[in-house]
Design a protein around this ligand. Structure first.
Ligand code: SF4
Ligand code: ZN
Ligand code: ZN
Length: 314
């Protein structure tokens, strides 16, 4: 191997730390970070995700993806003095896993000097997830923990964002997550939910955007490692039970064998996106957009006999 081949093919100076197979870029540390952050800026501009004067609530779980997002948005938003950025963390009440994640989130946000607000399922709904999973109401539903946790967390983030005056919620969904969600919606036969993580998707009263839409998960992991984001030692014990996990494993293996497939899939989904007018109503309890009288979250809270009053009070 010649000396040139061992050096970054963008700047020609630094030693290679990352090979982006789908574009054949062999990057040094500085060029990886620069191109990673540039792509986030381009994604935000391409899909018009943020406005100059937004109050951005970054949904931070405390994992590497969301802390990386907080880090990048913090750097980007410094250039926009009219914008405001803060972090929102939801503690679902999963012993070990979430305790460590919340600590990482609070520590990292404080390191950046970003305000962080932590809400728990316990304070919003009267139950932590693990406690809830032991109730007869939960058992009677026959649902996987992630189906309940995901819906309630989304509800909790909406609640917090509204209370804190956010105009937009930024989530750390990566290219992999977005393609998984498109696939899951297709597998459920739900072609009306094809716009995901875009400002105009109309799925929530406060829009949600995903600035990592065009960034593969493995690059977020590597970015987190390069900038020194703390990694969690505990995984959520319920993660392997979800439908998403099956699709995640399939897509990851497929993309590993055929690099660039996730981008190809995203482009296809964007082409077939159904632009049909959805006749959405406002949920009778909380006012969130829904195609029924009551949104999925309030329906779930009702069947679990949980407190909807605290959430509908906003
Ligand atoms: Fe909740 Fe499932 Fe995520 Fe665990 S893996 S935090 S149960 S959504
Ligand atoms: Zn370089
Ligand atoms: Zn509702």
């Amino acid at each position: 191997m010649t000396r040139e081949q061992e050096l970054c093919n963008v700047c020609g100076a630094g030693p290679i730390v990352y090979h982006r197979i789908y574009s054949n870029e062999r990057l040094c540390r500085a060029c990886f970070i620069k191109t990673f952050e540039k792509r986030v800026v381009k994604t935000i501009a391409k899909y018009q995700m943020l406005r100059r004067d937004d109050r951005i609530a970054v949904a931070v779980s405390g994992g590497k993806d969301s802390l990386s997002l907080l880090h990048v948005l913090y750097k980007i938003e410094k250039k926009f003095p009219d914008a405001r950025l803060f972090a929102v963390t939801i503690d679902e009440g999963i012993e070990g896993y979430r305790t460590e994640a919340v600590r990482n989130a609070v520590d990292y946000a404080s390191r950046l000097g970003v305000e962080i607000y932590v809400y728990s399922f316990e304070e919003l709904f009267g139950f932590g997830l693990e406690e809830l999973m032991r109730t007869p109401e939960y058992r009677g539903l026959g649902l996987q923990p992630c189906s309940v946790c995901g819906v309630l967390r989304r509800k909790a983030i909406n609640y917090a964002a509204r209370k804190l005056g956010a105009t937009v919620i930024a989530t750390a969904h990566t290219l992999d997550d977005i393609v998984q969600t498109y696939m899951m919606n297709i597998m459920r036969g739900d072609l009306t939910r094809l716009e995901i993580g875009l400002r105009g998707d109309g799925s929530a009263a406060i829009p949600r955007v995903a600035p990592f839409r065009l960034t593969p998960e493995r690059e977020v992991v590597f970015y987190a490692y390069l900038i020194g984001i703390p990694f969690q030692s505990h995984a959520c014990p319920n993660a392997s039970l979800s439908m998403r996990d099956m699709i995640r494993r399939f897509l990851a293996e497929y993309d590993e064998r055929y690099p660039g497939s996730l981008y190809a899939a995203l482009r296809s989904f964007e082409k077939i996106q159904v632009k049909q007018e959805r006749q959405l109503k406002s949920c009778r309890y909380c006012g969130e957009p829904t195609n029924k009288d009551i949104c999925r979250a309030c329906e779930l809270l009702d069947s679990l006999k949980l407190n909807t009053a605290v959430v509908s009070a906003v």
